[in-house]
Ligand binder design. Sequence first.
Ligand SMILES: Cc1ncc(COP(=O)(O)O)c(C=O)c1O
Length: 409
Amino acid sequence: MLDRRRGGLARFVEKRGISITDTNQDTKLSRGQPPAAAQHIPGFSLTDQIAALRPELDAAWARVVDAGQFIGGPEVEALEREAAGQIGGGVAAVGVANGSDALYLALRALDVGPGDEVITTPFTFFATAGSILRTGARPVFADIDRDTFNLDPAGALARVTPRTRAILPVHLFGLMADLATMARQFPGPIVEDAAQAILASRDGRVAGAAGALGCFSFFPTKNWGAFGDGGLVAARDPELADRVRMLARHGARRKYFHEVPGINSRLDALQAAVLRVKLQHVAGWTAARQALAARYTQRFAEAGLGEWVTPQAVPRGAQHVYHQYTVRARDRDALAAHLKARGIGTTVYYPHALHLMPALAAPGVGAGAFPEAERLTQEALSLPLYPELATSAVDRVVEAVAAFYRGRA
Ligand SMILES: Cc1ncc(COP(=O)(O)O)c(C=O)c1O
């Protein structure tokens, strides 16, 4: 069935030339792609998804426009209820303007501020560490685990000091970090950066409900994405959720009565309506992503590429939701160029480790401080993956990768 849709995608891209640009993550499908689209395998595409949902989406938008309530109101309240139900674990959910605000507000809800330290990974999108900086606290990095690409629990625990107020692991590419090991020895709060991990789970704990607070992004390219910016904070403690809501309303619980300095961070009703439509499909899309990822892994194994290409490892008990299918690849940049020349889109998440970014520079933390993260910036390559991708496209990608290394062997 997925194969059949491929023709639809090609036609849709040609006809509409819809353009989606992820400035965070450099994913691009731009207007006017050559008509050779039947052979082109984009790294990411929303065109089939939007086409399939168009009638539902049109109805949802019309509902909001007719109701005339664009900020707050029943649409946002329903989305928050439905999101909380989907995440589970008895969380309360608060819609906010984007995933970056979700992280900032979660930390503020815990009273993280100047003089505090928050431990996190250097191998993530900037927003993770940027949210710590915004509170006035200091991001303290620990290296990643070589196989899972996630924050190494032992390394994180080794960096705990009396100033450590929280640990902020990222569920990178949709694979949950090892919260259980950290929680066993760290008595403080763990804030989950679950921006890429809706529906992920590990050992029976679900992303967003496993730590004190879970932070999601609805950036359009995410597994559950809006038609613009959006984010959500999930909290097991209703008082923390209430604090997030207060902080996101300029520090006011009552209109025009401001308890603390807050910000304006709102999920708007149009985005909530889109997200409610999409929520009904997220589980199915996730299953499709998992099936495609399993095919990649199997095909790589069959091709005997183990020496050259290593997929992100999935520990036993973890349900990876594959926001990205990312491998460690030898001669990564040459491989990416080889694939590009064959019409196959790939992306490098992330080309720089955060401790080496000028915005996050800290005395004594230079090149070599976190060797695993630094090495992965040279080797990580994310391959085409979205629910509507044809299985034959996966096979073509693997064949193209195999051809590249055959040429080098
Ligand atoms: C790991 C991670 N954290 C935080 C964010 C920030 O989310 P947003 O772009 O919605 O602000 C993103 C999304 O780009 C992300 O991938």
